[in-house]
Design a protein around this ligand. Sequence first.
Ligand code: MTE
Ligand code: MO
Length: 197
Amino acid sequence: MIVTRGFTRRRAADDRLPPGQYREDDFPVLSAGPTPHTPLDRWDLTVTGAVERELRFTWDELRALPVERPQVDIHCVTTWSKLDTHWAGVSVDALLEAARPRGGYVLAVCDGGYTTNLPLEDVTGGRAWIAYEFEGSPLAPEHGGPARLLVPHLYFWKSAKWVRGLVVRERDERGFWEELGYHDRGDPWLEQRYQGD
Ligand SMILES: Nc1nc2c(c(=O)[nH]1)N[C@H]1C(S)=C(S)[C@@H](COP(=O)(O)O)O[C@H]1N2
Ligand SMILES: [Mo]
């Protein structure tokens, strides 16, 4: 059998596209409101709620934590996927371990009021980051800079831009899009786009 290089390359890329997604090479901006601009000297990130110890990190304190550099595919519920994106940031594990969560859910809260809910297990185990660099440069404001949540194995609305807090909850509490009918978990491989999927 003759398999051309083009064929094998396209197949390999398609296998990485969840159902109903197409490959996008640009980086679209999807924001439900205006881009906030919090100066770094007034920026902080808090871990609060059902935790044994509430935590607060200034910008400098966040940047002093160990850096991880995930290369990941991202999938937006509006059907675009972007493959092999490069980020730098801090593992959410590092933040939550120190806080010792007593609940099973996290609500990410952001400058501008956006929220999104996630099961604790989706932001632990090396699968979620507070990202502050994209493709080797500081994360652009329209993409969530100075820092955003990055949870690439779930639809991209879970990757909260301008994140300022992780609130641990004992019960799941819906965020912005979830309240409007989007799925509570949002696994792109299971096409969990809307409540009931
Ligand atoms: N704070 C905040 N985070 C957000 C959003 C938003 O409107 N506000 N939009 C979400 C949605 S629906 C998507 S698809 C991605 C888009 O990220 P991008 O603009 O960097 O592509 O951000 C998510 N995070
Ligand atoms: Mo989205």
